[in-house]
Design a protein around this ligand. Structure first.
Ligand SMILES: Nc1ncnc2c1ncn2[C@@H]1O[C@H](COP(=O)(O)OP(=O)(O)OP(=O)(O)O)[C@@H](O)[C@H]1O
Length: 299
C-alpha cells in the first residue's frame, strides 16, 4: 500500500507539487495522469525518497521509504529506464541488484525471460539496448526483489504495441496477486484499460481521483446549444448547474434523456447531447486539464 499525505514540493517560488494526497491499495493499479510538468515525477521521486518534500509525508505499507530496510524487497521502482550503468550487461545489472538485496543470483535468468529479454540480449551491454529493451530491463530490476509495491514512471515509454500489451498483462497479473501498482503514463488508452483507480494532477494539484468506472461513468452529460443563454435559463429552472468547458460545451450533472426532454419542451435547440463519459479517459483528461483548472473533485 502507498500512502501520500499532503505532499508539497517548492522550487523557489514554484509549487511543483501542491498538497497532494492519495492512497494506492493492494490488488489495484492506480494510473497517475497529468500534462507535462504537472508534478507526477516529482511526486513519485518524493515517495521513493529521491526528492525531499517541502512538507507532507508518504509511506510504503506504513513506513517512509527511507526507513524501509532493504527497500527493493518492498517496493520496485522504475523512474528512469536510462538510469542503468550503460557499460554493464543486462544480466550483470540484475545480478548486482540481486546481490545487493542479499538474494540468490539464480533468479536472474528467470526474471530476464519474464520481461522478454533472451540470452543474447542478456549478454549485451545496456548501451546497445533500445529504449524498449531498457524499459524491460528496468521492469526486471524493479521486480527482482519480489516487492509487493511497484512505482513506475512512464513504463510503456518506448515499448512497441506488443510490448505494451505484454506489460499490461504483467502489471494486471501483479495486481491480481495482491500487489499495489502506481504508474504514470501519457498513453491514456493504456491507462484506461489497465487502471482500477485514477489520480489526475495539474499544476501540482490533484484535479480528480477515484475509481475509474466511477470517474468515467459519473461524468454527466455534455450539451451544446446554439443559444447558451436559453440553456442557462433552462438549467436554472431545472435546479442544475452546468460547467462550461474550454471547447464551448456545457457539462450538466444529469442524464441525456432528462435534459433532452426538458430542452425539447422549452424549445431550446441542442446541437449535441451525449453522456460525457462516452469519450472515455481522453475526453475527461482534456476537459480537466484544459484552461483554468477547477478545484479537486474527490469520489
Ligand atoms: N530539480 C528541479 N528544480 C526545479 N524545478 C523542478 C525540478 N524538478 C522538477 N521541477 C519543476 O517541477 C514541475 C513538475 O515537474 P515534474 O517533472 O514532476 O512533472 P511531470 O508531471 O512528471 O512532467 P512530464 O509529464 O513532462 O514528465 C515542472 O515545472 C518542473 O520544471
Amino acid at each position: 500500500m502507498i500512502t501520500v499525505e499532503n505532499l508539497t514540493k517548492t522550487y523557489g517560488t514554484q509549487r511543483a507539487v501542491d498538497d497532494v494526497s492519495f492512497t494506492c491499495e493492494p490488488g489495484t493499479v492506480t494510473g497517475f495522469l497529468g500534462p507535462n510538468g504537472a508534478g507526477k515525477s516529482t511526486t513519485m521521486r518524493m515517495i521513493c525518497g529521491l526528492t525531499p518534500p517541502t512538507t507532507g509525508r508518504s509511506a510504503i505499507d506504513g513506513v517512509p521509504y527511507q526507513r524501509l530496510g532493504n527497500p527493493g524487497r518492498h517496493v520496485g521502482v522504475l523512474l528512469d529506464a536510462s538510469a542503468q550503468h550503460a557499460g554493464r550487461t543486462g544480466r550483470e545489472v540484475l545480478a548486482l541488484a540481486a546481490i545487493t538485496m542479499g538474494l540468490d543470483t539464480d533468479r536472474v535468468s528467470e526474471r530476464l525471460q519474464r520481461v522478454g529479454l533472451n540470452d543474447a540480449a542478456a549478454k549485451r551491454r545496456v548501451r546497445a539496448y533500445s529504449l524498449g529493451m531498457r524499459q524491460r530491463l528496468g521492469l526486471a530490476y524493479a521486480l527482482i526483489g519480489d516487492p509487493a509495491v511497484l512505482i513506475l514512471d512512464e513504463p510503456a515509454n518506448g515499448l512497441d504495441p506488443e510490448g505494451i500489451h505484454w506489460m499490461r498483462g504483467l502489471l494486471r497479473d501483479f495486481a491480481d496477486r495482491g500487489g499495489t501498482v502506481l504508474l504514470s503514463s501519457h498513453l491514456l488508452r493504456e491507462v484506461e484499460v489497465i487502471a482500477d483507480r485514477l489520480v489526475v494532477i495539474g499544476n501540482g494539484r490533484i484535479l480528480t481521483q477515484g475509481a475509474k468506472e466511477q470517474l468515467l461513468g459519473a461524468a454527466g452529460t455534455s450539451v451544446r446549444t446554439m443559444d447558451p443563454a436559453a440553456l442557462d435559463a433552462l438549467l436554472q429552472r431545472m435546479g442544475l448547474t452546468g460547467t462550461r468547458s474550454a471547447d464551448g460545451s456545457v457539462l450538466v450533472p444529469s442524464d441525456p434523456q432528462t435534459i433532452g426532454q426538458a430542452a425539447a419542451a422549452a424549445g431550446v435547440v441542442l446541437l449535441e447531447l451525449r453522456p460525457a463519459g462516452a469519450g472515455g479517459l481522453e475526453e475527461m483528461f482534456l476537459r480537466l486539464t484544459a484552461g483554468p483548472q477547477p478545484e479537486e473533485v474527490s469520489r
